[in-house]
Design a protein around this ligand. Structure first.
Ligand code: PAF
Length: 296
């Protein structure tokens, strides 16, 4: 693996089918699953590590975001990355961008409503990664279901010749979805945090028993999280492509939850693929033992 800091160096080091895994670093097993998916489908695997200031709002603490490039480089190398792209803010934004990308409607609800400007910042940085690296495929975690929809629509609207590949959420053995933010959870918070996935799994069980009513599914998650001291922000069923609220599970969708546990804001979801006579539920993959985050 080589580590480079400019788009030009990434392109020199890449050949054949290029798979891109965009990250903000502090890698965990969720990122490693994206890298493995990219490895299986690509000749050159590029992983980017860039804490994108444009996607952080005034409430989000950009300076608190965990950073450790040498730890990340070791994990990326072991997982099969060929080129690690770790640009400076100047390489990514030599000047503050005057171009704005607004993904109409898809960013209106859920994370978009609570984090104004967030998806515009994500869209700009991902568009720059697509333009500068020119990947054939780019791999994104399903945990950020709204991000997957926004990035896929942005790539299609702007005719980027890239396939956006969603990869299932990776979970700790007790169900907690992996996130770099989990490292901020105290022992008590960590226990409370499992309520999010527990609620989602209960709702997924209900779907498997035939439940299709959005408010009923949302109420299952709300009740589970409401039993703890986590502060629920929303539990919502949404169309997977348009990210509009759904009252009935009649099309591909995700059931999402967001809650504040202590000082840390967590999100999670389960995804539903709706076929003619059955629904496939993607609850994500549980690790057999604690993740690299919990080990460190
Ligand atoms: O999901 C993330 O880590 C970020 O939003 C991404 C896609 C790397 C863009 O900064």
């Amino acid at each position: 693996m080589i580590t480079v800091a400019t788009f030009a160096d990434v392109r020199v080091a890449s050949s054949g089918r290029v798979g891109l895994v965009p990250t903000m670093g502090y890698l965990h097993d969720g990122h490693l699953a994206l890298i493995r998916a990219a490895r299986a489908a690509s000749d050159t695997v590029v992983a980017s590590i860039f804490v994108n200031p444009l996607q952080f709002g005034p409430q989000d603490d950009l300076s608190r975001y965990p950073r450790d490039l040498s730890r990340d480089a070791e994990l990326a190398d072991r997982a099969g990355v060929d080129v690690l792209f770790a640009p400076s803010v100047d390489e990514m934004y030599p000047e503050p961008p005057r171009t704005e990308l607004q993904i109409a409607d898809l960013a209106d609800h859920f994370e978009g409503a609570r984090r104004p400007g967030h998806f515009e910042g994500v869209a700009i940085v991902v568009a720059k990664l697509f333009a500068g690296i020119r990947p054939d495929r780019a791999f994104f975690g399903r945990k950020d279901a709204q991000q997957v929809a926004v990035v896929g629509r942005m790539a299609a609207d702007l005719s980027f010749p890239v396939e956006v590949v969603p990869v299932s959420t990776v979970r700790e053995p007790d169900g907690l979805a992996l996130s770099s933010r989990n490292m901020f959870l105290s022992t008590d918070n960590r226990r409370t945090a499992t309520a999010l996935s527990r609620g989602l799994f209960r709702a997924a069980d209900a779907v498997e028993r035939g439940e299709r009513d959005g408010p009923t599914l949302e109420a299952i998650v709300t009740a589970e999280v409401g039993d703890t001291d986590a502060a629920l922000e929303y539990a919502a069923l949404a169309d997977a492509a348009t990210v509009q609220p759904l009252t009935e599970l009649t099309t591909d969708a995700f059931l999402a939850v967001a809650a504040r546990v202590g000082e840390t804001r967590l999100i999670d979801n389960v995804a539903f693929s709706v076929g003619a006579d059955s629904i496939v539920v993607d609850r994500g993959e549980r690790l057999p033992g604690p993740s690299v985050l919990e080990e460190s």
